[in-house]
Design a protein around this ligand. Structure first.
Ligand code: GLU
Ligand code: MG
Length: 443
């Protein structure tokens, strides 16, 4: 059941002193896009008549087939609290459609909807709770971002050490005004690093929420003269930022991952879901960890995963089962980082898990020891594989996995891989400061 009708939206805009409505969508590389319309256009907007030129959007369409229509998800209506409160700005999250009324195959939100439909046909709904980490950095005299922070705090520290406290407070309050339920916020391990956790939601809403979250964090940081970044590893030698993704399947209102009769309290579906994730996670990495820089986070020593293993307790494993059971039973995948396109990342997680269930896969034995303390031989003896080490390896692996490519669809795969190979090539041929320092004098 929808929360809002077209009439509700028109009334809220007219009576709520709303001047602008941002019609938002996400490109395939995870960038939030919008076209702002004035309130006089709201009837057109709710009747799906707002057109965009898709040829200018990364990964969308070619110039000769560029007209696309935005179909707002009416339930996503929200006022942006960080914009002026007279002549307000609201937003509507939209699906992208072709002129002939069919969904555009390159719309990431549509890709997630397709997998959710598949889950539904198997009797499941899918809940996702992300843990987004980010850094707040200072800006320079020109207002440009730096990687400096005056904040010396660490895990769970508080002010006056924690210089991000006020910005975090404003982020939490703004998101609550937009309907988020904020569960916790805290300083993270690294100086200048923070985490804000919001309540899990049905997967499509969770992906929308991640996009809203990133916009809120960046906008409010900027208001306070700071730069917020979701770059996975902005500073060498300290922790990077992850987006641990907690997932559960529900059937008839009950958590399908819970089974009180099992020694670990997990159902057969939960085990198969874990096995499906492990079978495809290397091929998913190009999406869950989409940047050259993502692979600099996935190294030993910084609480980020590197090896394919699961555990009911151990944080060194890629997949962890948090202690809560019953309706809160969930699988936590620790590799995604917050630079990913959440629609595509969540679509792939679900597709991989469902594949495990359909095939009745069983996961390898649980690893309870600290994997970071094992050497390569010890890991090999236990059959523990590595996550890909570079973006290039990840994209190669993605192309070789038919489940992953068919879930994304040919259009997204070709646009995505072309973009990512180009990004890799630009990086590979760049001469970095590290090389100059390492070789210039010696050779
Ligand atoms: N920042 C760590 C990561 O890169 C995670 C720290 C934590 O356990 O919250 O995944
Ligand atoms: Mg954390």
């Amino acid at each position: 059941m929808s929360k809002f009708s077209k009439e509700d939206i028109i009334r809220m805009v007219r009576e709520g002193d709303v001047e602008f409505i941002r019609m938002q969508f996400t490109d395939i590389f995870g960038q939030l896009k919008n076209v702002a319309i004035t309130s006089s256009q709201i009837e057109k907007a709710v009747n799906n008549q707002i057109m965009i030129d898709g040829s200018s959007i990364e990964g969308f369409v070619r110039i000769h087939e560029s007209d696309q229509y935005l179909r707002p998800d009416l339930d996503s209506y929200a006022v942006l609290p960080w914009r002026p409160q007279t002549g307000k700005v609201a937003r509507l999250i939209c699906d992208v459609y072709n002129p002939d009324g069919t969904p555009f195959i390159g719309d990431p939100r549509g890709a997630l909807k397709r997998v959710l439909q598949k889950a539904l046909s198997m009797g499941y709904t899918f809940n996702v709770g992300p843990e987004c980490e980010f850094f707040l950095f200072q800006t320079d005299e020109k207002g440009l971002p730096t990687t400096r922070t005056a904040d010396e705090a660490g895990y769970f520290d508080l002010g006056p050490l924690d210089h991000g406290e006020s910005t975090r407070r404003e982020i939490c309050m703004a998101l609550e005004q937009m309907g988020f339920e904020i569960e916790a916020s805290h300083h993270e391990v690294a100086a200048g690093q923070h985490e804000v956790d919001f309540k899990y939601a049905e997967a499509l809403t969770a992906a929308d929420n991640i996009m809203t979250f990133k916009l809120a964090v960046k906008s409010l940081a900027q208001k306070n003269g700071l730069h917020a970044t979701f770059m996975p590893k902005p500073v060498f030698g300290i922790n990077g930022s992850g987006m641990h993704t907690n997932m559960s399947l529900f059937r008839d209102g009950k958590n399908a991952f819970a089974d009180p009769g099992d020694p670990r309290g997990l159902s057969k579906e939960a085990y198969s879901f874990i096995a499906g994730l492990l079978a495809h996670v290397r091929a998913m990495a190009a999406v869950t960890n989409p940047l050259v820089n993502s692979y600099k986070r996935l190294v030993p020593g910084y609480e980020a995963p590197c090896y394919l293993a699961w555990s009911a307790s151990n944080r060194s494993a890629l997949i962890r089962i948090p202690a809560a059971r019953g309706q809160a039973t969930r699988v936590e995948l620790r590799c995604p980082d917050p630079s990913c396109n959440p629609y595509l990342a969540i679509a792939l997680c679900l597709a991989a898990g469902l594949d495990g269930i359909e095939k009745g896969l069983t996961p390898p034995a649980e690893i309870t020891e600290n994997i970071f303390a094992m050497d390569e031989a010890a890991r090999a003896a236990r059959g523990i594989e590595n996550l890909p080490g570079t973006l290039k390896d990840a994209v190669d692996l993605m192309c070789a996995d038919p489940l992953i490519t068919s879930t994304l669809g040919g259009h997204i795969v070709s646009q995505y891989t072309a973009g990512k190979y180009a990004e890799w090539e630009a990086y590979r041929t760049h001469v970095s400061q590290w090389e100059v320092e390492k070789y210039l004098l010696t050779f």
